[in-house]
Ligand binder design. Structure first.
Ligand SMILES: [Zn+2]
Length: 134
C-alpha cells in the first residue's frame, strides 16, 4: 500500500525548515500521515551485547507504522529535540536507499535546525513536549 504525502514534502532541508516555520509539528506530521509519539523516557533498546555501552537513541522512524517516536523529550534542550524530529523526518521523507543513511540524516538535522529561527525552535520544542505521552 502506498501512502500519499499530501504536502509533497521532500527531504530537502530548506523545504522542511519552511514547513516547520509555518506549521506546528503535530499538524505537520498529521498532514504527512505520520504518527508522532513523544516520550520523556529514554529508548529501551534490544542490545545484543550487554557488555558494550548502549547507544543513545533520541528518535526512531517506523516505516511500517509510519510513526516517529522521540525520546528523552524533557531532558533534551530545544535544539536537540527539534534536531531529533528533523533527523527522523529525513528517514521518513528521503527515498531509498538514502533514507537509511545515518550520516545524511545527521547532516539534514543540522541544516534544518540552523535554518529555522531560534524563536521557532523554542516553539517547536514546546509543542513537542506538550504532545508528550509518557
Ligand atoms: Zn537515524
Amino acid at each position: 500500500m502506498r501512502f500519499p504525502n499530501p504536502l509533497k514534502l521532500k527531504a530537502d532541508p530548506a523545504a522542511v525548515a519552511a514547513a516547520l516555520e509555518s506549521l506546528d509539528p503535530v499538524s505537520l506530521l498529521r498532514n504527512l500521515r505520520i504518527e508522532l509519539c513523544v516520550r520523556s523516557e529514554s529508548a529501551r533498546l534490544f542490545h545484543a551485547n550487554p557488555a558494550a555501552p548502549a547507544p543513545r537513541v533520541l528518535g526512531a522512524w517506523d516505516p511500517l507504522l509510519r510513526r516517529i517516536e522521540l525520546f528523552e523529550a524533557s531532558a533534551l534542550d530545544d535544539s536537540q529535540l527539534a534536531g531529533a524530529l528533523a533527523h527522523e523526518l529525513f528517514h521518513a521523507l528521503a527515498t531509498a536507499p538514502h533514507n537509511r543513511d545515518e550520516s545524511l540524516a545527521a547532516q539534514f538535522a543540522i541544516a534544518v535546525v540552523s535554518t529555522v529561527s531560534p524563536d521557532r525552535i523554542a516553539g517547536l520544542a514546546r509543542a513537542l513536549r506538550t504532545a508528550q505521552r509518557s
